[in-house]
Design a protein around this ligand. Structure first.
Ligand code: NAD
Ligand code: UDP
Length: 312
């Protein structure tokens, strides 16, 4: 059945892939974005589709529309961008959630929240299961994002309990792929751009911290499956790739795959930078029949090919 779907943050990295996927599935898509970290460029190829609409709007302000489903992705995701204006970041998460949940309640739409592995903070349980409450510094550099996303989860759960809003929450672990912004500051894009330009590869700390990297196509598949999952499954559910790598290993892989002459240099580790992160995806496997298919090397090659087209 053709659905009308609102994607907030639709001109961003993940949002643009989601809009494309939903259009390919035959739906009508309204993409809402204030272009803080996203860009028109990410969705310009979709504008020729008559079932695609692009709206400039800030989710901290109410928005009125009739749709069947809402994917709420609007929020800067990279540490340098969410720390640029921390008050705005928490407003985007919290007021954005309130505005979108209010809309979902009024029009009886189903709504999915793009939450994050950051709700686990610097985790003391490894790998992270959904039942783990997390270890977050409420006044640290990352708190505007982490606590904003935690409060958004609280709002989602309570709109569901109190107002019967149909909700879905996914906790996204580090995702990478084409259309990451080259100056976005996240580790995969930084390393690839540095390697392609022959610049030093900047490892923060000693590179022993770990992350688990999910390729964007796998992530989008998990997100859509969650939206379509059985009515009483609200999540939260982890969506990520359990393959765990140190940041040093990532740097070495990128140097190898780009055949780069770049040297690794070490810079100070930012405060509250989580030491390890790896999703337990047992719940996603059981409820969504989902697991990632694309291994790190394969995904890196696709991402490097993309960056070659945009990096001089
Ligand atoms: P992104 O920065 O590329 O996309 C975010 C989009 O939201 C951008 O287009 C930005 O302009 C828009 N936006 C920001 N503030 C807004 C506001 N106030 N009103 C309207 N639009 C606004 O980041 P992304 O990687 O595509 O992340 C998308 C979502 O997924 C975010 O909510 C993020 O927290 C979540 N997430 C992403 C990852 C990841 O690894 N990519 C991991 C965990 C969670
Ligand atoms: N990182 C790094 N060099 C960079 C960018 C990031 O060593 O140029 C590290 C960062 O300190 C963190 C990891 O890579 O330990 C992942 O960083 P990212 O900003 O991509 O995501 P997050 O910390 O939110 O998982």
């Amino acid at each position: 059945m053709k659905k009308k779907i609102l994607v907030t943050g639709g001109a961003g990295f993940l949002g643009s892939h989601l809009c494309e996927r939903l259009l390919n599935d035959g739906h009508e898509v309204v993409c809402l974005d204030n272009y803080f970290t996203g860009q028109k460029q990410n969705v310009v190829h979709l504008l020729k589709n008559p079932y695609f609409e692009l709206v400039r709007h800030d989710v901290t302000m109410p928005f009125f529309i009739e749709v069947d489903e809402i994917y709420n992705l609007a929020c800067p995701a990279s540490p340098i961008h969410y720390q640029y204006n921390p008050i705005k970041t928490i407003k985007t998460s919290v007021m954005g959630a309130i505005n979108m949940l209010g809309l979902a309640k009024r029009i009886k739409a189903k709504i999915l929240q793009a939450s994050t592995s950051e709700v686990y903070g610097d985790p003391k349980v490894h790998p992270q299961t959904e039942s783990y409450w997390g270890h977050v510094n409420p006044i640290g550099e990352r708190s505007c994002y982490d606590e904003g996303k935690r409060a958004a989860e609280t709002l989602f759960v309570n709109y569901h309990k109190q107002n019967n809003v149909r909700i879905k929450i996914i906790r996204i672990f580090n995702t990478y792929g084409p259309r990451m912004h080259p100056n976005d500051g996240r580790v995969v894009s930084n390393f690839i751009v540095q390697a392609l330009k022959g610049e030093d590869i900047t490892i923060y700390g000693d590179g022993s911290q770990t992350r688990s990297f999910c390729y964007v196509d796998d992530l989008i598949e998990g997100m859509v499956r969650m939206m379509d999952s059985r009515e009483d499954f609200t999540g939260p559910v982890n969506i990520g790739n359990p393959g765990e790598f140190t940041i040093l290993e990532l740097a070495q892989k990128v140097i190898g795959l780009t055949d780069s002459s770049s040297k690794i240099i070490y810079q100070p580790l930012p405060s509250d930078d989580p030491m390890q992160r790896k999703p337990d995806i047992t719940l996603a496997r059981k409820e969504l029949g989902w697991e990632p298919k694309i291994h790190l090397e394969e995904g890196l090659i696709k991402t490097i090919d993309y960056f070659k087209t945009i990096t001089r």
